[in-house]
Ligand binder design. Structure first.
Ligand SMILES: *[C@@H]1O[C@H](CO)[C@@H](O)[C@H](O)[C@H]1NC(C)=O
Ligand SMILES: *[C@@H]1O[C@H](CO)[C@@H](O)[C@H](O)[C@H]1NC(C)=O
Ligand SMILES: *[C@@H]1O[C@H](CO)[C@@H](O)[C@H](O)[C@H]1NC(C)=O
Ligand SMILES: *[C@@H]1O[C@H](CO)[C@@H](O)[C@H](O)[C@H]1NC(C)=O
Length: 305
């Protein structure tokens, strides 16, 4: 009797100790823009832990998608135990503000980019965090702001492309080199989804910018793939993976009623039933589907728990 009670107590203690105070076994370091941010402040508490895998702010986090975004769908999936994420993404981020948008706005300190996010990672992460080259993935998801800004600024396709290629793309891979030099060996580069189908460029866009955005997106994605192959060839001890959200987005956007939306271009502030939450940000169905795509790739790249 006493023996079995002790056994039960031991099982309980074990169950508690598997989350309380135990170190995570898998780490994501995430960099990006409004499609990705969960409002994490790298200098604030609490920091990510197994009980609270995204750290601050506490749930619900501060996404810009009317609810959970793709990061939430990865982190809170029941098949992802032992994982935490340091999500440095900030809404409105370019790769390199100076390269993509040299004409302003004047206050550059207010304009986030991948450069400033990488700097935050390097200057704020505690040396006690137990990440290693094998138990971590560096996920970098940029280009949406870089591409769409060109069009907002009224630049034509050739002018837009001369802003982005090669300077902005070169900066991107320079930042991957910085991550590599810090010990990163597993990388995911996410390409730009078909943002030309977002309400702002599609239904209601009297300027007809959709085709330009589509063309610059396509050039951006080709340049990213080319740069990634070069980076991969230069670092045989690393795994540099591309994730392309295009088919995931198009499958849903091509068949909106199947996913409960009246059409592919309306938006709902709660993230559903429409597929978009506002003029440019994806809602629930798109985030869930892209989250699943990311989760499958991440699971494949990380060691089992
Ligand atoms: C630039 O933006 C930062 C952050 O929002 C702000 O603290 C600073 O006062 C601004 N500087 C100027 C010159 O407007
Ligand atoms: C694109 O814009 C640039 C800069 O304004 C201009 O010099 C060029 O002629 C334009 N090209 C086309 C095809 O309109
Ligand atoms: C950002 O772009 C500017 C202008 O092209 C360039 O001078 C600078 O070196 C770039 N920064 C990084 C970190 O790549
Ligand atoms: C899409 O659906 C919304 C909401 O029902 C409606 O207001 C809008 O007119 C529709 N758009 C088109 C292009 O049919």
């Amino acid at each position: 009797m006493l023996h079995s009670m002790l056994q039960i107590a031991a099982v309980f203690a074990l169950a508690i100790s598997t989350t309380r105070g135990q170190a995570p076994s898998r780490y994501l370091f995430i960099f990006g823009d409004s499609y990705t941010t969960t409002g994490f402040d790298a200098r604030a508490k609490p920091q990510p832990s197994l009980d609270n895998p995204l750290g601050n702010p506490s749930s619900p986090d501060l996404t810009l998608t009317g609810g959970a975004n793709w990061v939430d769908f990865v982190i809170y999936d029941s098949s992802m135990p032992g994982i935490v994420a340091y999500n440095y993404a900030v809404g409105g981020s370019y790769v390199n503000h100076t390269a993509a948008q040299p004409q302003g706005p004047a206050n550059k300190t207010a304009d986030p980019d991948f450069i400033s996010q990488e700097n935050t990672f390097e200057t704020t992460l505690s040396p006690h965090v137990g990440w290693t080259s094998t138990n971590s993935i560096f996920i970098n998801y940029f280009g949406i702001v870089d591409v769409s800004t060109q069009v907002y600024k009224g630049r034509n396709v050739s002018c837009a492309e001369s802003m982005l290629f090669p300077a902005d793309i070169d900066s991107y891979f320079r930042l991957l080199e910085k991550q590599y030099s810090r010990g990163a060996r597993k990388f995911i580069t996410v390409l730009v989804p078909p943002i030309h189908r977002a309400p702002v460029f599609n239904y209601g866009d009297t300027a007809g910018n959709g085709p330009s955005v589509e063309q610059v997106t396509s050039s951006w994605n080709s340049a990213m793939k080319k740069g990634n192959s070069k980076f991969q060839n230069a670092h045989r001890d690393a795994k540099a993976q591309i994730v392309d959200p295009t088919d995931t987005f198009n499958t849903i956007l091509n068949d909106p009623t199947k996913y409960g939306a009246p059409n592919a271009t309306c938006y709902s502030v709660s993230g559903n039933p429409c597929l978009w939450v506002d003029f440019i940000h994806p809602g629930h169905e798109l985030n869930q589907a892209f989250g699943k795509q990311m989760k499958d790739v991440i699971k494949e790249m990380l060691p089992p728990v």
